[in-house]
Design a protein around this ligand. Structure first.
Ligand code: ADP
Length: 403
């Protein structure tokens, strides 16, 4: 009996021990499982953060759209674009009010194919529904479906790139080509017309008429070459501007004298007075003398050209001040009406009422060259005009840096 009791006690102890051990192992196993889960989650989180860092490094705005059709992720560029407005959980319609964006997203969803599209928004609209202060703006919209096995939470990605700067410079180039062709076509058509007259039977026999035609043709040929030269100067200045300059210090006073010598004939024939006593004789400018000569030539010639009647006074001034160099060219001629002032630096812009019909018009490129040349030197130009009193072009050049 005692023997049996002992066996039973031992057996009970073994069972109890096994039970306790099993419990401990189960607990350890649970703890280990939890540990593995934590490590796995940490690895996943680190991976997610790495991806986010990569996507936040993009300068393009990137959104992910989930299976309910709501934004489920937006990178930093996208958040900035929406001024940190919370987009998560919002529908793309709420984010992009323009119908073309939504159509592109729907098209991508339905066809399960990428959609890449350039969208130009008129005047003041932005894809975000706000008002743009850059005028017409352009965007590249790139929507693509995401593979379900790699991205279970999101069904497509939307990438938005701001193309406004490229679009605007492309537009400027197109306008330039269109304007240039238009400006060249007129004198070329005139030359062609006179040539046809000369080539007609007997056209050359009337020597007096033939020489009149030739002199008109020569005037228009000069105009064609002046337009082409001006266009080349602009294009040189625009192709990497500063790199196109050959910078050296030169005496500004002697540059003014060179220009006045070149214009002497016009100054004398128009009985104009040019004062340049206010040009500091010691003033040195560090810049490209070729372009500065052109700047002064265009400004002084404009004053003379626009005021052919005798008695015009042109005043040139230049001095060093605390905040940089100030240069001005002023005249007391007919001036520029205030409605035209904002546009005179635009290419091919002319104030027509200043030109008589008989005179060959300027190229309309003179002030645009002036502006670009000054900007290539880091400076700026402005104009003010009180017709009949003072029309003044003021240039400000920053202090040259020591580097
Ligand atoms: P343009 O070749 O016609 O002179 P610019 O670009 O040099 O072209 O000048 C643009 C317009 O600005 C000219 O059509 C002219 O009417 C006006 N303008 C420029 N300077 C003066 C000035 N000093 N006085 C009056 N009008 C001026």
């Amino acid at each position: 009996m005692i023997y049996e009791l002992t066996i039973l006690t031992i057996a009970a102890l073994i069972v109890a021990w096994l039970y306790v051990r099993n419990g401990r192992e189960k607990k350890r196993f649970k703890q280990e499982k939890q540990q593995v889960k934590i490590i796995h989650n940490e690895a996943l989180e680190a991976e997610r953060r790495r991806h986010e860092l990569l996507l936040d490094g993009l300068s393009d705005a990137l959104f992910l759209v989930d299976h309910d059709g709501n934004v489920c992720y937006a990178n930093i560029a996208a958040r900035k674009m929406f001024s940190d407005r919370n987009l998560i959980g919002q529908s793309p319609q709420a984010a992009f009010p323009d119908a073309r964006f939504i159509e592109a997203i729907h098209h991508c969803e339905q066809k399960n194919k990428p959609v890449v599209q350039r969208i130009v928004l008129p005047q003041q609209l932005s894809p975000l529904g706000g008002r743009e202060n850059r005028g017409v703006n352009a965007w590249l919209l790139d929507v693509a479906p995401l593979p379900a096995e790699a991205y279970p939470q999101a069904k497509l990605r939307v990438l938005l790139r701001d193309l406004t700067a490229e679009f605007q410079s492309e537009q400027v180039r197109k306008d330039f080509v269109a304007n240039a062709s238009h400006e060249l076509r007129t004198p070329l058509a005139i030359i062609q017309g006179y040539l046809e007259n000369l080539l007609e039977d007997g056209g050359l026999r009337d020597h007096h008429q033939a020489s009149r035609f030739l002199s008109i043709m020569s005037k228009h040929t000069d105009r064609v070459s002046r337009i082409v030269e001006d266009m080349l100067v602009i294009s040189r200045l625009e192709s990497g501007e500063a790199a196109a300059l050959s910078i050296e210090p030169f005496e500004f006073h002697s540059c003014v004298q060179d220009v006045l010598e070149r214009l002497e004939h016009l100054i004398v024939s128009q009985e104009a007075k040019v004062h340049y006593g206010a040009v500091d004789r010691t003033l040195l400018i560090t810049g490209d003398r070729f372009y500065w000569t052109q700047v002064l030539f265009n400004l002084i010639e404009n004053a003379l050209k626009q005021n052919p009647r005798p008695g015009l006074t042109v005043t040139v001034a230049a001095k060093q001040e605390d905040d940089g160099i100030h240069i001005s060219v002023a005249d007391d001629g007919i001036g520029i009406p205030s409605s035209h002032l904002p546009f005179v630096f635009k290419r091919f812009y002319r104030v027509d009422q200043n030109h008589t019909n008989s005179a060959i018009k300027g190229t309309g490129l003179g002030l645009s060259i002036v502006k670009r040349a000054i900007e290539a030197h880091g400076g700026e130009i402005s104009v003010s005009s009180l017709p009949g009193h003072e029309t003044k072009f003021s240039i400000k050049l920053p202090e040259p840096s020591d580097t």
